[in-house]
Design a protein around this ligand. Structure first.
Ligand code: MG
Ligand code: MG
Length: 261
């Protein structure tokens, strides 16, 4: 069952997703060599609670933290820990909040200091593929159009698309129908309608597409242990264009200031 949202509900979803966006902005200030993912998790949890939200991932099906932090070959659902991040690492930070009864969900992959140019390219292409997918999130298109746009962009650079993990509807539940795969065929799948709110979240691997789950029961990593990247926005399907409810604005302001230092 796909819930179509009213204009009022979309505004509430925007508020939740803006809190996620601002939380990423706070996290971004701390992302540097030596920081631990548990520290990032603490920053995020405090910021979310100080702004009247509840961390959506904390205790979700038993998940122990507020952020999913997935380092290097980890794809998604990494558990924050007290190992310091090193120069050259990348870390996907996925953040969800519940605010006023509605969820926000967005992910960004950060570089720790100087990162290998080939890996930076993977991150750039993954982010671009997210926006290619978002371009398709308009009334009358289909879920397969979104997936196809993501997939053709990523594969065009020789990267591969994780199949088992997908995007999803967002609303009064963190995960709603429909599923939003990052691969697909044009003209296939559920027809998109104004009022649908979906999280589009390409998980793109540097090497092969295959994944395995770690024995912690959560962390997904690449089978070949090559790096993976993950970017996610929550968007409302529009009549003529998608309305992006989350934002990387706050993150990008911080990263830009840091790069000028
Ligand atoms: Mg997410
Ligand atoms: Mg999601």
């Amino acid at each position: 069952m796909i819930y179509l949202k009213t204009k009022e509900e979309i505004e509430l979803l925007r508020e939740s997703n803006m809190l996620v966006a601002k939380t990423h902005g706070e996290v971004a200030k701390w992302v540097e060599p030596g920081v631990t993912t548990l520290k990032l998790d603490k920053i995020a949890e405090e910021f979310i609670r100080d702004h009247g939200g509840v961390p959506a991932f904390l205790n979700y099906q038993g998940f122990p933290n507020s952020l999913c932090t997935s380092v290097n070959d980890q794809v998604v659902h990494g558990i924050p820990d007290n190992k310091p991040l090193n120069e050259g690492d990348v870390v996907s930070v996925d953040c969800g909040v519940l605010l006023n009864g509605y969820y926000g969900d967005s992910a960004f992959t950060y570089c720790i200091g100087e990162v290998d140019p080939e890996i930076k390219k993977l991150l750039e292409v993954t982010k671009e593929s997210l926006y290619k997918g978002i371009e398709q999130a308009v009334e009358g298109k289909r879920i397969g159009d979104v997936g196809c746009a993501v997939q053709s962009h990523a594969e065009g650079y020789g990267f591969s698309v994780v199949r088992e993990m997908v995007g999803h509807g967002v609303g009064k539940n963190l995960h709603e129908s429909p599923e939003v795969p990052n691969y697909g065929r044009r003209g296939n799948g559920v027809k998109l309608k104004e009022g649908m709110v979906i999280a589009i979240e390409p998980m793109i691997n540097f090497g092969k597409r295959h994944i395995v789950q770690e024995s912690d029961g959560w962390t997904i990593r690449t089978r070949d242990r090559k790096v993976s990247a993950h970017f996610e926005h929550t968007v409302a399907v529009g009549k003529n264009e998608a309305d992006i409810l989350s934002s990387f604005k706050f993150v990008e302001e911080v990263l830009h200031l840091q790069s000028e230092k």
